[in-house]
Design a protein around this ligand. Structure first.
Ligand code: AMP
Length: 422
């Protein structure tokens, strides 16, 4: 029968990969905890409307990348394409604002987008991210950017490009938007079909079009930074002062807009040069209108989302992943059926006491069991044949030396404690 493979744009993580994933997961949980962010876990599917309202009807994600399906009662559900809308929904649903102060939350888990798969771009991928809800203070913008940068630095990635921009607020952005439309309208027919569509509906998105013709047509467009209102301008200046104070270098990139409608004021991206076309490790920004859009009272917020796969690609290419090779403490080699009956409960008992113990399940010969123990990296092998059984003993062989000794079965755990005490 024909074999069935994983769907396009998905991948399997095998045991060896997962040692690296656990390493990263621990690192990110550690830094989030240190900066005061607590985890939330939301469902991987939500009502479609949440993303339509939250992310925006005219974004690429909502227009063409969502995995949307009806449930059995005909309600439209969508596999989450990003984490922020769900976190905001949960924040409102559980009234987290009631505890007062700011809510500093993080998430980690799979996201789903029906994009064209390529290196660093999948249809199911894992994102981790943070959201800070309840303050407009630029110090929280600076904290979030600093935390993201420091996370990558802790992993050994020091040559990051940090792109920073402010895209204004509902007071100043519409004026800029209009200037942009007026500037580009005379050249509209030369734009790519996506940009022609975006021109009237979501013109800021033209600024990050990758099409070379569009790129050349937008070279001389007015820049958002010249149109910021007083409040957005001073917020942006304060953020830059704070980043300077903490020593985080950044590039001002007035063309950085990002793919979600909910952003206001601060937007940023962190890039790693060696990722090629899909070079963004992480992206985020402020979304002061999103909570209201999702049905809550006006609450400012800011966050970022970062991809695990791209991070893994960079760490792998730079050999920055630790070689974790979990090895058993002990390999128990039974010889014959009677010995197997003795060894089986012993293996379980030792494991329950916290020892990592391997044994044979295939009636192998002693020679082949020793080979297996060697392959698994067990430093000690305990052999039990008829003679040892009769004496209630075990023959201990150290793999790095030729000498061997016998230990009473009842003393085996004490022996292991002694062996591994240093
Ligand atoms: P976004 O949610 O689009 O702002 O993306 C934030 C980060 O998530 C990106 O910088 C990538 O690291 C990662 N990411 C986004 N989309 C994908 C995808 N389709 N496959 C893998 N990683 C992705």
């Amino acid at each position: 029968m024909a074999q069935i493979n994983a769907p396009k744009g998905t991948y399997d993580l095998l045991p060896e990969d997962l040692t690296h994933w656990y390493y990263l997961e621990n690192k990110l949980r550690q830094i989030f905890q240190e900066y005061g962010y607590a985890e939330v876990r939301t469902p991987i599917f939500e009502h479609t409307e949440l993303f339509q309202r939250g992310i925006g009807e005219t974004t690429d994600i909502v227009e063409k990348e969502m995995f949307t399906f009806p449930d059995r009662a005909g309600r439209s559900l969508t596999l989450r394409p990003e984490g922020t809308a769900s976190v905001v929904r949960a924040f409102l649903e559980h009234n987290l604002a009631a505890s007062g102060g700011i809510s500093k939350l993080y998430y980690y888990g799979p996201m789903f987008r029906c994009e064209a798969p390529q290196a660093g771009r999948f249809r199911q991928f894992v994102q981790f991210g943070v959201e800070a809800l309840g303050t407009e203070d630029p110090r929280i913008d600076a904290e979030i950017i600093t935390m993201a940068v420091n996370f990558y630095k802790r992993l050994g990635i020091n040559d990051l490009d940090i792109n920073l921009n402010s895209i204004g607020c509902p007071d100043c952005r519409p004026i800029y938007r209009q200037r942009l439309i007026e500037h580009l309208r005379p050249r509209a027919e030369k734009l790519c079909s996506d940009c022609q569509r975006r021109l009237e509906r979501n013109p800021l998105r033209l600024l990050d079009c990758k099409n070379p013709i569009c790129k050349s047509l937008i070279e001389d467009v007015p820049l958002i930074t010249e149109s910021l209102c007083e409040s957005c301008g001073s917020h942006f200046q304060r953020l830059r002062d704070l980043l300077d104070a903490v020593g985080i270098p950044y590039n001002l990139n007035p063309r950085l807009v990002r793919g979600f409608d909910y952003y206001t004021k601060t937007v940023f991206e962190i890039l790693a040069g060696d990722l090629g076309a899909q070079n963004a490790l992480c992206g985020g920004g402020r979304y002061d209108g999103l909570v209201e859009e999702c049905g809550g009272s006006p609450t400012p917020g800011i966050g970022f989302a970062a991809g695990m796969e791209r991070l893994m690609m960079v760490l792998n290419a730079r050999k920055l992943l630790p070689q974790v090779n979990p090895k058993p403490h002990l390999y128990l080699a039974p010889l014959g059926e009677a010995a197997q009956l003795k060894v089986f409960p012993l293996v379980i008992q030792l494991r329950e006491a916290g020892w990592v113990v391997e044994t044979d399940f295939q009636n192998r010969s002693l020679k082949s069991q020793l080979k297996l123990a060697n392959k698994l990296g067990a430093p000690i092998v305990g052999v039990i044949g008829d003679e040892e059984l009769a004496k209630e003993q075990i023959l201990i062989r150290r793999m790095d030396a030729s000498q061997q000794q016998t230990v009473a079965l009842a003393q085996l755990e004490g022996f292991l404690k002694e062996e591994f005490s240093h």
